[in-house]
Ligand binder design. Structure first.
Ligand SMILES: *[C@@H]1O[C@H](CO)[C@@H](O)[C@H](O)[C@H]1NC(C)=O
Ligand SMILES: *[C@@H]1O[C@H](CO)[C@@H](O)[C@H](O)[C@H]1NC(C)=O
Ligand SMILES: *[C@@H]1O[C@H](CO)[C@@H](O)[C@H](O)[C@H]1NC(C)=O
Ligand SMILES: *[C@@H]1O[C@H](CO)[C@@H](O)[C@H](O)[C@H]1NC(C)=O
Length: 332
């Protein structure tokens, strides 16, 4: 296995990354099930905060209790005095489609920051997880959250403007956001208009190994051994990684050329084995005639945004804020 140096990172970050990788590893069983009790013991869920923290309040909204589909809603209190409406950011958390939730502390923090900094109303979707629920459950849940918003706009505060929605996600959540964006193009929604996609270190794959997967295979979290396991228990039996959900830029992927696909900003880290696939996604969006930009951070690992002590974490939030505001001004 190649070795990837992360010695430039603060000790605390290195310990946390090691812990997270190990926890994911030991929670997975060889027979394809997950030891959720073990993982959830360490994933201390954060409750919603009806009393604002850092100028943002949050609450949980049920979409469909029969499949435990809900979202955490973040509303900034700071700008509710202004008369202008706020954009809505629908966020999909990462975790290989298998781990974490909208109430996991790193996502509480990320969504709260997005809500405050942009400012925006953030809808953080809690979708079903695999391997208990495989493809396409996650995509169905993601799109159903948008359909719910389309029909139940009053579930959001009055300042939320559904005609200016953004989809956002990290890792598997960015894969999910891509597929939800495609569905939005295919099925007309009434009130919800998606005008941008924020794709943070999207989790894509394919049968062939890329150069960065080979070169960076010792990197935490997204090493090839981990990602192979994740895809195997996400995809339907008998599929390989050139499935349209995984190799979106391959021949099985949906051709978006003729679609009104939203403008996209992609964030990548140079120490993420997924780097080449993410760059390819960018090239493919451009080739498909879409507006896209890619922000590449040197010396940066997968899931860097879990760590506020890393400078890229706040740089990224500000870059997202600029992207959103740029799109908003183009809509005027
Ligand atoms: C966990 O890590 C060990 C050592 O790297 C590896 O041999 C094993 O296959 C991993 N387990 C799973 C379920 O991926
Ligand atoms: C997988 O292994 C676990 C632990 O050994 C066991 O409890 C579970 O029933 C097994 N599940 C399947 C589907 O084989
Ligand atoms: C995607 O699929 C195509 C066709 O099977 C293959 O040539 C390509 O290498 C795949 N991409 C990746 C990144 O594996
Ligand atoms: C995608 O569709 C466009 C027309 O909408 C077509 O011109 C293009 O060749 C297609 N691309 C691929 C790779 O099939």
């Amino acid at each position: 296995m190649a070795s990837v140096s992360i010695s430039h990172l603060p000790l605390k970050v290195r310990i946390a990354v090691f812990f997270l990788s190990t926890l994911m590893n030991i929670s997975r069983r060889r027979n394809g099930t997950l030891n959720r009790r073990l993982f959830d013991f360490f994933d201390l869920k954060a409750p919603p905060t009806p009393n604002p923290i850092d100028g943002v309040m949050s609450s949980d909204v049920t979409v469909d209790s029969s499949r435990n589909l809900w979202f955490r809603l973040f509303t900034p209190t700071i700008s509710t005095s202004s008369t202008s409406l706020l954009p809505v950011v629908v966020y999909f958390h990462g975790g290989a489609f298998s781990f974490l939730s909208a109430s996991s502390p790193p996502y509480e923090a990320v969504c709260r920051q997005l809500s405050r900094s942009i400012p925006s109303v953030v809808v953080s979707a809690n979708y079903r997880l695999c391997p208990e629920h495989r493809f396409p459950s996650q995509y169905d849940d993601g799109f159903d959250v948008l359909k719910f918003l389309d029909l139940n706009g009053d579930a959001l505060p009055d300042i939320a403007d559904l005609s200016r929605c953004f989809l956002a996600g990290d890792s598997a959540g960015a894969n999910l956001a891509h597929h939800v964006a495609v569905r939005v193009c295919q099925e007309e929604l009434q009130r919800v208009k998606v005008i941008g996609l924020v794709s943070i270190q999207p989790f894509f794959g394919g049968v062939d190994r890329t150069e960065s997967e080979i070169r960076l295979d010792g990197a935490p979290i997204t090493s090839v051994g981990n990602t192979d396991w994740m895809w195997e228990f996400f995809l339907p039996d008998g599929s390989d990684r050139d499935h349209e959900a995984v190799n979106v830029t391959g021949p099985n992927g949906v051709n978006i050329s003729a679609m009104n696909f939203p403008d996209t900003i992609i964030f990548v880290g140079a120490l993420d084995p997924l780097l080449d696939r993410q760059r390819k996604y960018y090239d493919w969006l451009k080739k498909s005639g879409k507006k896209a930009e890619i922000i590449e951070y040197p010396n940066t690992i997968h899931a860097f945004y879990f760590f506020p002590e890393l400078p890229q974490s706040s740089q990224q939030i500000y870059r997202v804020r600029d992207f959103v505001n740029q799109r908003l001004s183009q809509m005027k």
